[in-house]
Design a protein around this ligand. Structure first.
Ligand code: URP
Ligand code: ZN
Ligand code: ZN
Length: 477
């Protein structure tokens, strides 16, 4: 047993001074002030610290084959780095081959993830449509604990799905009570822009943002919202990076549609000036999709989080080292897309969100943990309450560190926050009651992570189904 003593417990709905008793089974036994110390119990002094639910990153890509490379953080190194930064669970993406079996791909990812140091769940991508996909979505939702599916509207010729696939898949997910995630960029437009830019001799990383301007994201976001509106299905838009997409989500929500939006910590604090670097590698290291945007978009993203129109924060953690990025030396369309970030998300949001006065500590907890647990059905996570998993971060709101690839734990040779000094750090991280990080000492255990099985359905989906059955939808596009 462990007793966390004398800290301020911060949940999404309020803060209180209390002790937290964690059982040997990794579950929180009690949250109350002045708890007696049971015999044989370890005591962690949390005086001056905040005791918060461990972060949940709903968007990571560990050891993912993508654009001719495999992302360099595996499920152990990536989740260990997350624990160092206060993140105790991830939701990663199973990416089946186009035409391949969803269930077989899910099994492959289950195998890869056995080495994870933190808990993990999976969204499964739908990359084509046929009868087997229809059937396997059912198997995954009913028997495999998968309650969310992913769709890429971009990456033409690889993962991209068209509107027909989206209609079929969103409708099937709705039937199953599962939630669809969407990467919203118009992939045809991107492919056309890429070809045009290459034909004009623009081959370097600066052409990457030019090939995917904000309107490309805004259009796709609006389109998939319209598609979901026809079906009456909820949807979740990943990595919202523009005011255009934020506005589309806000409009849909105001019209009564259940649309959720996720923001990456990177997009909140890094802008598109990174692509103007004279250093090719530095610019290439920032190639991700959607790209970094002109600064004014950051304001819209912060406002979206503050107003609750955007609900979660993630990292899209997808690492490629210099030799991998070099694959696109002569052609920006071949630079593997992705940036790291799992280790720094919580600190970036505390420093630039809470300390800057945009977010309260309780809102910080909601957007780093609770909202993700609720939206994705991770029912034992996201709160410091009796019966919840003892996934806890003892947060030092005043401690400071300067980010560097030389000292980070991510298995990648750069850090997009290099040189950024952040105040607000994970002092101690407990993953189901075990100390995985304490004052700079990483004790993440290979294979300690468990698969988080999630149930489909729930009252929001039932309500939406009633709304459609009554032929009285609040919002049909
Ligand atoms: O650039 C990115 N985001 N790489 C990972 C794949 C994706 O689009 O999420
Ligand atoms: Zn994406
Ligand atoms: Zn992603």
């Amino acid at each position: 047993m462990k007793l966390i003593r004398g800290g301020t417990v911060v949940n999404g709905d309020g803060s209180t001074t209390a002790d937290v008793l964690c059982g040997d089974d990794g579950v929180i036994l009690k949250v109350a002030s002045g708890l007696e110390i049971p015999s044989g119990c370890d005591v962690l002094d949390a005086g001056g610290l905040l005791v918060m639910p461990g972060g949940i990153d709903p968007h990571t890509h560990m050891e993912m084959p993508f654009m001719g490379s495999t992302s360099s953080d595996d499920f152990y190194t990536g989740t260990a780095a997350g624990l160092a930064g206060g993140t105790t669970s991830i939701i990663d993406f199973v990416i089946p081959e186009v035409g391949g079996s969803l269930v077989e791909a899910w099994k492959l990812w289950r195998n890869k993830a056995e080495k994870a140091a933190s808990d993990y769940a999976f969204h499964v991508a739908v990359t084509h449509w046929d009868e087997r996909v229809h059937e396997e979505m059912g198997i995954l939702a009913r028997d495999c604990g998968v309650s969310s599916f992913k769709h890429f509207m971009a990456y033409k010729g690889a993962l991209m799905v068209d509107d027909g696939v989206l209609l079929n898949s969103v409708s099937r997910a709705m039937e199953l009570g599962a939630l669809c995630n969407i990467h919203a960029e118009n992939g045809d437009a991107v492919a056309w822009m890429q070809a045009d830019l290459l034909a004009k001799g623009m081959k370097g990383p600066a052409a990457h943002p030019a090939s995917r301007p904000p309107s490309v994201e805004g259009e796709a976001t609006q389109r998939v919202i319209a598609i979901a509106g026809l079906i009456g299905a909820p949807i979740y838009i990943v990595h919202v990076s523009t005011e255009d997409a934020t506005a589309a989500i806000t409009r849909a929500r105001a019209a009564g549609q259940r649309v959720y939006g996720e923001v990456l910590a990177q997009h909140l604090v890094i802008d598109d000036s990174v692509y103007q670097s004279d250093n090719w590698l530095s610019a290439a290291q920032h190639v991700m999709s959607p790209p970094f945007r002109p600064k004014h978009h950051q304001k819209a993203l912060w406002a979206g989080l503050v107003s609750g129109q955007l609900q979660t924060t993630a990292t899209d953690h997808c690492c490629f080292c210099a030799p991998q990025k070099m694959n696109g030396k002569d052609d920006f369309t071949k630079i593997p897309n992705g940036t790291p970030g799992i280790e720094d998300r919580m600190s970036v949001l505390w420093h630039h969100g809470v300390r800057a006065g945009y977010l309260t500590p309780e809102e910080f907890v909601k957007i780093t943990s609770t909202n993700t647990a609720d939206i994705f059905g991770m029912t034992s996570k996201g709160r410091i309450v009796e019966g919840a998993d003892a996934d806890i971060v003892l947060w030092d709101p005043e401690a400071t560190r300067t980010v560097s690839a030389a000292t980070h734990h991510q298995n990648v040779d750069y850090n997009v926050y290099e040189g950024m000094t952040l105040t607000g750090l994970a002092h101690t991280t407990l993953m189901r009651g075990d100390i995985a990080w304490k004052e700079g000492d990483l004790r993440a255990t290979r294979g300690a992570g468990r698969y988080v099985s999630r149930k489909s359905g729930g009252s929001a989906v039932d309500a939406l189904k009633r709304q459609m059955a009554e032929k009285n939808p609040l919002s049909v596009a």
